[in-house]
Design a protein around this ligand. Structure first.
Ligand SMILES: [Fe+2]
Length: 268
């Protein structure tokens, strides 16, 4: 089974890059996941942005610390299990922390999300939440876990914790793709899959306002960067629960799409 995991989609340029990439590549994948917590101009998700991702061919959208930035998010989370927020939110939070769905090749895949606790808002234990996702998935089928966290160490240790039990442990949130993709005991991992947004920016926001705030310590409203986005993703090849390959994708929208042999990655 081939699964595509697209990194944090940022604002309209990010959404446009997803549309363009999947128009050409969707048929090469059995299932597509995208992190969408920044797709509404950097802050959360709207119903319209979620629809855009779904219409482009994304099967499940994961979120993160910006889950509830938009007022309609809570309602949207109750409407569809294809929008997954971190399982580590307090009990009673709207929506689901994982979902099991059929794939194009006839099997079933579980997609879940946990949020880290280092340099982030206090949340439930991501290790226990990840265990709960694996347990709920049962023994069959792939399990993909989005680890939304700030600290590299925490994402690496969660990957270690899930070795041999999850198919893939994919880091999100820090927006810069790392070159540490790995395969161990059938578990693919990467510390951060990267952002799908305008690369010449402060991880998605225009430099000007962020620079002003950092230099003067005076608030200025952040604005999303405009321009052509770069899509960051990983392509996973899976056999049952086990991952056989993880390949990094970093595609500047408008340039030719790389053929699979040009991708960087690990294979068994
Ligand atoms: Fe985030």
């Amino acid at each position: 089974m081939r699964v595509l995991f697209i990194g944090d989609v940022y604002g309209p340029p990010g959404l446009a890059a997803v549309q363009a990439y999947l128009r050409a590549e969707r048929d090469n994948y059995d299932f597509v996941i995208a992190n969408g917590e920044n797709c509404a101009g950097g802050f959360g998700i709207t119903r319209a942005a979620f629809r855009t991702l779904r219409d482009a061919g994304v099967d499940v959208v994961t979120m993160g610390n910006h889950t509830f930035d938009q007022p309609e998010a809570a309602e949207l989370l109750e409407e569809t299990p294809r929008l997954v927020r971190p399982l580590t939110y307090p009990r009673g939070t709207p929506g689901v922390g994982f979902v099991t769905l059929p794939t194009r090749d006839g099997s079933r895949i579980t997609v879940g999300q946990v949020m880290g606790r280092i340099f982030m808002e206090a949340m439930d234990d991501p290790f226990e939440a990840a265990d709960a996702i694996v347990e709920a998935a049962g023994p069959e089928g792939p399990v993909i876990i989005d680890v939304h966290a700030e600290a590299t160490s925490e994402k690496r240790v969660l990957g270690y914790h899930l070795e041999g039990r999850a198919s893939a442990v994919i880091g999100t949130h820090t927006h810069v793709q790392t070159a540490d993709e790995a395969l161990r005991q059938g578990t693919a991992s990467i510390t951060d899959v990267g952002m799908t947004g305008v690369e010449y920016s402060s991880i998605g926001m225009r430099f000007e306002e962020v620079y002003h705030r950092m230099r003067t310590k005076q608030p200025r409203r952040f604005r999303p960067a405009v321009g052509t986005a770069t899509l960051c993703a990983v392509a996973l090849t899976l056999e049952g629960r086990r991952a056989r390959a993880i390949e990094r994708i970093r595609w500047h929208a408008g340039s030719p799409i790389p053929s699979s042999h040009a991708l960087h990655g690990r294979r068994t």
